[in-house]
Design a protein around this ligand. Sequence first.
Ligand code: HEC
Length: 248
Amino acid sequence: MYEDRRRPYARFKDISVSERILNTVFLLTIGLGYLMALANLYYTHTGLDGKPGLSIEDVVISYHGSNNQTRLGAAINGIMKSNLTYPGDKDVILQWIKNGADEPEYNEKIAPILNRDCVKCHTPDINPALPDLTHYATVSEVAHSGGESIPTLVRVSHIHLFGIAFILFFIGKIFLLCDINVYVKRVAVVVPFAAMLLDILSWFITKEISSFAYVVVYSGALMGLSMGLQILLSIYQMWFYSGEKTDG
Ligand code: HEC
């Protein structure tokens, strides 16, 4: 036991060239996978706020939802606008959505407009396929936008946790063969895991508190960055470095 502890730990120069090649193709593939994940992120979230490119507002809308992105708001701004008897009612409806689309204001201001201009088509008896605009419960459904649902978040979370844990574990295992300060190394193997957990946790929090979208973005970036550094340093030391062995 005692002698075991004094034996230096393995470094990249202790492993065979075949193993280095295997490590390298694995790390490069993971790196490519990560870039694809970023591209996927871009395509799924971009432009949700109506502006090109990926912004913090897009992230907020994805997880938290947005009152500007409701089906009722979009319809009344677009093809359904012409059904209004008084064009000014558009702003009344949009303002109500913005205020949170609650029931008292619905009864007071919105129901009269919808009953006059909309329910002649939007009644289940006439058009079951259209949103039912005859009472609050169903109007409320198209007047709110809740962002990502909890079941969806849970599904994506468990896939991420299992999948990314494996990836980070194997990247970390390879990275441990690097020849760097042992304390830096001990922290470095924890950072991407912690960042991933924070990222996923903040998806759920962003659903309630929209400003947590920043935590989603920064923790996601931190995970990518720490993973990328482990990959690059590993590949560098595997092929271009032959230092003295140290413990750790
Ligand atoms: C003449 C019939 C008619 C009237 C009147 C009408 N609508 Fe519609 N509405 C439709 C039809 C048809 C669709 C489906 C359009 C489509 O899917 O392209 C629709 C779709 C909608 C949708 C769903 C859009 C989506 O996200 O799929 C909303 C919300 C809506 N209307 C709101 C209203 C409001 C509010 C009014 C009253 C100002 C109104 N409509 C008046 C026929 C009508």
